[in-house]
Design a protein around this ligand. Structure first.
Ligand SMILES: Cc1cc2nc3c(=O)[nH]c(=O)nc-3n(C[C@H](O)[C@H](O)[C@H](O)COP(=O)(O)OP(=O)(O)OC[C@H]3O[C@@H](n4cnc5c(N)ncnc54)[C@H](O)[C@@H]3O)c2cc1C
Length: 483
């Protein structure tokens, strides 16, 4: 039937245009009507399982009915849960419902994880569960903002300092979105010393700290859950799902986006390690990915300090054996009144030399060096030290593909700056490519349809007299098969 061709956008499962038109049941939140019976299953433990998902089975794995011996059948039935809620959950676990409630986990709550989540939510609306895990105490990753313990209005960007938009930026619409939402503004370069000015680029600062942009995209994604302080150290894959494990973490999903630095991917245990081990070229390529290391020192001042006695807002320091960058962070963000804050970052060479050392020991050394260079600085009320063991990419994954697939079904995908470059634009591009691989954008559909047509045209020419079959749209790598 030609209406049912795969290249008819009206029948593409997951096409947001069609939501509600052909698939109204996806909006029916049956749990609402079953409230009186809606109790958590006895095996569900929020500390272990995280978010409660009605379609998930939390009990001990049972032998499938088809594999039972006759004498085991009565016992099997006696162990079944029989409340209305259990029946409902059993229904939800059946194939059609599972497909509509696909659960996607994102490991890593940095900017790549945030954009992946944002794009997935845009494509799938509420028919997808989106859950993120991160070992950090807050979201942001290397786009992190550190606040004074005594005054939350006093803060510093400890990792990324600003967003740079190139003339032909693949992330132009994101920059516009952030400008319109009054989250970013143009960097005032007049008080910046030693920066390499580039006419084809524009730098932006983030008014409320750089982690705000990560939060903005997670907010837009309406995440079902964000779990911080959860380190994932094992990932397993079987033909039905992907399981993640860590201290107090045990979860499973239909697809996983892993956005952590490549070096940390190589430290993971379980089936993921075997997949990498069994593909020697893949392993070599992953091991080649390199990051620099840096230390950051944040200085926070109380309201009584009216100036830091230095004439610039940002200074790049050349030929110093320790420091590379110093910024009066509130002035960088065009906030000229107290509280003042200052951030100092070390050079790549210094970071490499001390990469394995303790951040407190090295932090004190860096602080002393800062006051040797700028003795006019007033004493801060508070200091914080940070080690970026994996700071910026010095050697990306070969060819900068943006993402890498470790397992096709269920999908286990690696992305992040390790597969691109260390900046906002590149992370947006990597995340977009990764999500396109999962769900084709209208442009990708267009290209795929054209490619199919061309392929069939060539095929028809070649086989002119051999085949009279109808073009059925087969032969292209369609990715909406996940739904
Ligand atoms: C000092 C510094 C200065 C920089 N300057 C700029 C700049 O000015 N402009 C710019 O655009 N970019 C800059 N960058 C680079 C930019 O910050 C990164 O490229 C970008 O933030 C990477 O984002 P990501 O989401 O790919 O990775 P990340 O932000 O690193 O996110 C990965 C997340 O994974 C988590 N994680 C890791 N392992 C595990 C695990 N086992 N279990 C659970 N969670 C885990 C981490 O906690 C982290 O939150 C700078 C970076 C640094 C460090």
């Amino acid at each position: 039937m030609s209406w049912y061709r795969k290249d008819n956008p009206d029948v593409i499962p997951g096409n947001p245009e069609r939501i509600g038109k052909w698939d109204p049941i996806q909006y029916l939140d049956v749990t609402k009507y079953l409230k009186p019976f809606n109790e958590y299953p006895k095996d569900f433990n929020p500390r272990v399982h995280g978010a409660y998902l009605p379609y998930m089975y939390y009990g001990k794995a049972e032998t499938p009915f088809s594999q039972l011996k006759i004498k085991e059948i009565p016992g099997w039935f006696s162990r079944r849960n029989k409340t209305p809620m259990d029946a409902y959950q059993l229904g939800l676990r059946s194939k059609p419902f599972q497909l509509r409630n696909m659960k996607v986990l994102i490991v890593g709550s940095g900017i790549t994880g945030a954009i992946v989540s944002y794009l997935l939510r845009q494509h799938y609306a509420k028919r997808i569960q989106l859950i993120v895990y991160d070992k950090g105490r807050d979201i942001g990753g290397r786009m992190s903002t550190s606040r004074s313990l005594f005054d939350s209005n006093c803060f510093c960007d400890t990792g990324a300092q600003y967003l740079t938009m190139s003339n032909h930026s693949p992330a132009k619409k994101y920059f516009q979105q952030l400008i319109d939402a009054k989250i970013i503004k143009v960097l005032d370069a007049t008080n910046v010393i030693g920066m390499h000015q580039r006419e084809d680029k524009q730098d932006y600062v983030v008014s409320d700290g750089i982690s705000t942009i990560v939060r903005y995209y997670f907010d837009q994604a309406e995440m079902d859950n964000i779990f911080n302080s959860k380190t994932i150290n094992e990932i397993n894959v079987n033909e039905n799902n992907i399981q993640i494990h860590g201290e107090l973490v045990d979860d499973e999903c239909d697809a996983l986006f892993l956005t952590i630095p490549v070096t940390q991917i190589l430290q993971l245990k379980g089936k993921i390690a075997k997949i990498i081990e069994n593909d020697s070229q893949l392993k070599i390529n992953l091991e080649k990915v390199q990051y620099s290391s840096r230390f950051s020192v944040s200085l926070f001042y109380d309201e009584s300090i009216q100036t830091l006695n230095i004439p610039w807002h940002i200074k790049y320091i050349d030929n110093d054996d320790c420091l590379r960058y110093v910024s009066v962070d509130n002035l960088k963000r065009k906030k000229y009144s107290p509280p003042f804050s200052l951030i100092a970052q070390t050079s790549v060479q210094f970071g490499a030399k001390h990469a394995e050392n303790d951040k407190e020991v090295i932090g004190k050394q860096v602080l002393k060096h800062l006051f040797d260079l700028f003795p006019e600085l007033p004493k801060p009320t508070e200091t914080k030290f940070h080690k970026w063991r994996y700071s910026q990419i010095t050697q990306p994954y070969s060819g900068k593909p943006g993402y890498l697939i470790l397992n096709e079904k269920p999908l286990l995908l690696l992305t992040g700056d390790g597969f691109a470059e260390s900046n906002f634009e590149a992370c947006v591009e990597a995340a977009t490519k990764a999500v396109d691989r999962f769900y084709p954008s209208p442009e990708a559909i267009e290209i795929a349809i054209k490619a199919t047509e061309e392929q069939h045209f060539l095929q028809r020419n070649e086989d002119e007299h051999e085949s009279a079959g109808e073009d059925d749209g087969e032969g292209t790598d369609w990715h909406w098969e996940y739904f």
